[in-house]
Design a protein around this ligand. Structure first.
Ligand code: GUN
Length: 279
């Protein structure tokens, strides 16, 4: 029986710790503020933005919602960001992605001041992570590290295999595991002998975006398996990139979907907001 890594519980602990810290800051006269910008009304984005607002409310962070129409121009969006960059009462700025096609996402990410980049997507934030300088870290991989640490799973010296090389998850995940002294391999669609590489892993982080792709044949006995994926299967049931029923019996520890990595992303966003407020 694998240890089930309870992301719901761990994220709740983190949110409660942050709630306390935010209350202390309020007593000192400091109110943390996150600006959330949503362009258009993509239903998935509306759900994500709503969850972020709810988390802010729970913790005591002020959230400013900028819900602007689909037709908003790039220049108008850049202008909003510029104003928020200059506003000392705003500590974090988040533009919900994806933005509509007529807006250049890279330009938007680059426009957010690195000191307010609570998503950790700015090139300066990514660069800081890769050379060991202070900066905001992408929330999902930061959440994975918290899951491991708070479950007493040693990273130092361990074989860590990450499947997926996205800018938001795979690459920063590799950097973070390296920072924790893991021996890191990043796999992707061109990796040869993926199964053999995965079977070396003491810690396997799966972020490929393919429902239930990783079964027990990819997993070493006793390995820790972290599933970053989230999908709805043919029966409308939530599932991850990992075939949980197949992998759970061989893994030493595993994250469920839902209730594993998912809730950690928002907890780490809230953590970044509090950090931003302390700067
Ligand atoms: N869209 C999907 N995930 C994210 C995220 O973590 N941050 C932002 N800004 N947009 C997203």
């Amino acid at each position: 029986m694998a240890q089930i890594i309870d992301g719901k519980l761990i994220s709740q602990q983190i949110k409660d710790e942050l709630k306390e810290k935010v209350a202390e800051l309020k007593e000192e006269g400091k109110e943390i503020c996150l600006a959330v910008i949503q362009v258009g009304n993509d239903p998935a984005s509306t759900v994500y933005v709503g969850n972020k607002k709810k988390a802010c409310e729970y913790i005591g962070i002020k959230s400013l919602a900028y819900e602007v129409p689909e037709e908003t121009t790039e220049a108008e969006l850049l202008d909003i960001i510029d104003k928020l960059n200059k506003d000392d009462n705003v500590h974090g700025i988040l533009v919900q992605l994806p933005v509509p096609k007529h807006i250049n996402e890279e330009k938007i990410i680059n426009a957010i001041s690195p000191s307010k980049d609570v998503d950790g997507f700015h090139p300066a934030s990514v660069g800081a992570l890769s050379i060991g300088q202070k900066g905001f870290v992408s929330c999902t991989p930061a959440g994975v590290i918290q899951l491991l640490k708070r479950s007493n799973i040693e990273i130092s010296g361990k074989e860590c295999v990450v499947i997926g090389r996205s800018n938001i998850v795979g690459k920063p995940m590799g950097m973070l595991l390296l920072r924790e002294n893991g021996t890191v391999t990043i796999c992707h669609s061109r990796t040869k002998d993926l199964k053999e590489v995965c079977k070396r892993a003491d810690i396997l982080v799966v972020a490929i975006g393919k429902p239930r792709m990783i079964d027990a044949s990819y997993v070493k006995e006793g390995a820790t398996v972290i599933d970053v994926g989230i999908h709805r299967d043919e029966n409308n049931k939530l599932c991850g990139d990992v075939d949980y029923a197949s992998v759970e019996p061989v893994a030493g520890a595993i994250t469920p979907v839902p209730g594993g990595v998912g809730p950690m992303t928002i907890a780490m966003l809230m953590n970044n907001c509090v950090e931003a407020g302390l700067n």
